[in-house]
Design a binder for this molecule. Sequence first.
Ligand code: NAG
Ligand code: NAG
Ligand code: NAG
Ligand code: NAG
Ligand code: NAG
Ligand code: NAG
Ligand code: NAG
Length: 473
Amino acid sequence: MALGHLEPQYELLNGKKRYVQPIVHTMVLIGLTVLLVFVVILMFSVSWMKFDDSNNQNIPIDLVLYGPQKYTNSETASYRAHAFAIASKYSNKTSWTAKYKINLKNRINKAYNLACYYSIPTDNTSNTLQPDQINASLCTHLIVAFAQVRNNSVYFKSSLDTDVLRQVVKLREINPELKVLLSIVHFSNGSHTNEGFSDVVASKENLFKFVSNVESVVREFYLDGIDIDWEFPSWPLLNLEEKYGFAKLLESLRDQLPDSLLTAAVAAPLNIIDYSYEVYALASFVDFINIMSYDYHSYQWYFPLTGPNSPLFSSENESGYFRNLNINSSIQYWISKGMPKEKILLGMPTYGHSFKLINEANNGFGSPASGFGIGNSGFVTFSETCDFISHKKATTIFDHDTRTPYTYYEKDWISFDNENSLAYKAEFVASLGLGGAMVFSLNSDDYSGLSLCSSSVFPLTSRVKLVLNDDDL
Ligand SMILES: *[C@@H]1O[C@H](CO)[C@@H](O)[C@H](O)[C@H]1NC(C)=O
Ligand SMILES: *[C@@H]1O[C@H](CO)[C@@H](O)[C@H](O)[C@H]1NC(C)=O
Ligand SMILES: *[C@@H]1O[C@H](CO)[C@@H](O)[C@H](O)[C@H]1NC(C)=O
Ligand SMILES: *[C@@H]1O[C@H](CO)[C@@H](O)[C@H](O)[C@H]1NC(C)=O
Ligand SMILES: *[C@@H]1O[C@H](CO)[C@@H](O)[C@H](O)[C@H]1NC(C)=O
Ligand SMILES: *[C@@H]1O[C@H](CO)[C@@H](O)[C@H](O)[C@H]1NC(C)=O
Ligand SMILES: *[C@@H]1O[C@H](CO)[C@@H](O)[C@H](O)[C@H]1NC(C)=O
């Protein structure tokens, strides 16, 4: 019986099987190839349908492909005003062991820059920060945001904007040391258009016209300097004309305005830094760069998970691309590319980003979200977050990995910065010997000091200033 069983098996192995196998293989291969081609076509058409969704102008395609970046504009910027901060009071709820201690012995005694963005209010009546409410001694630099570029010239939306600019310049009568800059903003996508900086750098004539116009604006308004906020040259459709054009623009401005301050608001994500900047040009021509080290995470339909707006370090479980979505990685990268430390101002947000949770039991980082939470497009001022924390009995957690707080109540979830998280960031500035801090913006700090979280007016900006200037910390 045993032998009778074995024999046919040997026969199969030595004989028929050889001829059967290649046919089966070929058929399986053809089947798999057809399936693969089908899947690829399906994926392509589905993603194309999404990419081509031209009805929804709010979806930034560059974010789909390359990750987060700052995407504010002058409209949303005005909504960033009001206030927040009780989390410092709540931070003793959580205990932790410090894993990464900043080496305070590395702290360098020096005079730090504190450059504060001030968004021009859209009217002079309602609850927005007016120039006369700004403490002229709080910041070393005030950057008035924003003018735009039209027809290769500086463009102001209305006469209210120029009135406000003049009032801010007048604050120098109170503090003669104060420097006032005007920020010129433009958003582009890397394809050449006849507008904004993209057009300015397209020809020598345009560049000459723009630079001369900037000089006349500096003289007309008695400005100390100009801040260029181009988001972002050559991004995301790699366009070397824009990358080199941006370098040339800075060189021309420096030549035309040798005695004025020249600064640039620049990106934090590593891939945008590679696409957009000739770092030698920034290092050579600007007085400092304002790194927009925030908006690392905000609600996106294609990546609908909660995350910190402005994490100082990475979270334990982050890997790959996500591991570099934090301030430490951005700053170290800028330094490694040759940017002098003393020309780097670390961007500090006074606003937070809100999310609407899908399941309120899932409320840490990386929790699924269905959309923006409270605020305008998910932007929440410090006062708004403070009201949320104080009146809703929200739970507030200080995450030690990222050194940032978040707070939630039912399905509302907010990542924000408070005095504690900004103090960590300011210590980081000091321990690395950077040039100082940039604040975005005075409008979303609690400028009235009325929220339950605030011990003074501008509590967040004041805390940054205090830490930067406290050589005993
Ligand atoms: C924080 O600690 C102080 C005293 O150490 C205590 O009085 C206060 O209740 C604590 N706050 C919270 C929210 O636990
Ligand atoms: C507000 O602006 C309007 C013009 O836009 C002006 O008539 C009015 O005097 C201003 N009010 C204040 C308080 O500055
Ligand atoms: C303005 O800010 C300075 C520096 O932070 C502070 O010493 C001063 O008390 C502030 N003034 C007012 C009126 O808040
Ligand atoms: C742009 O500026 C040029 C002069 O440099 C002028 O002739 C032209 O009319 C302007 N175009 C617009 C649309 O303002
Ligand atoms: C880039 O922006 C311009 C104008 O803002 C627009 O016409 C063009 O379609 C955009 N290109 C892509 C690829 O998004
Ligand atoms: C990280 O992952 C480990 C293992 O999956 C898990 O136990 C831990 O809770 C995670 N930590 C965080 C902060 O998500
Ligand atoms: C900060 O970044 C540097 C360079 O990427 C890295 O070596 C270092 O471990 C990071 N520090 C922390 C605390 O993550």
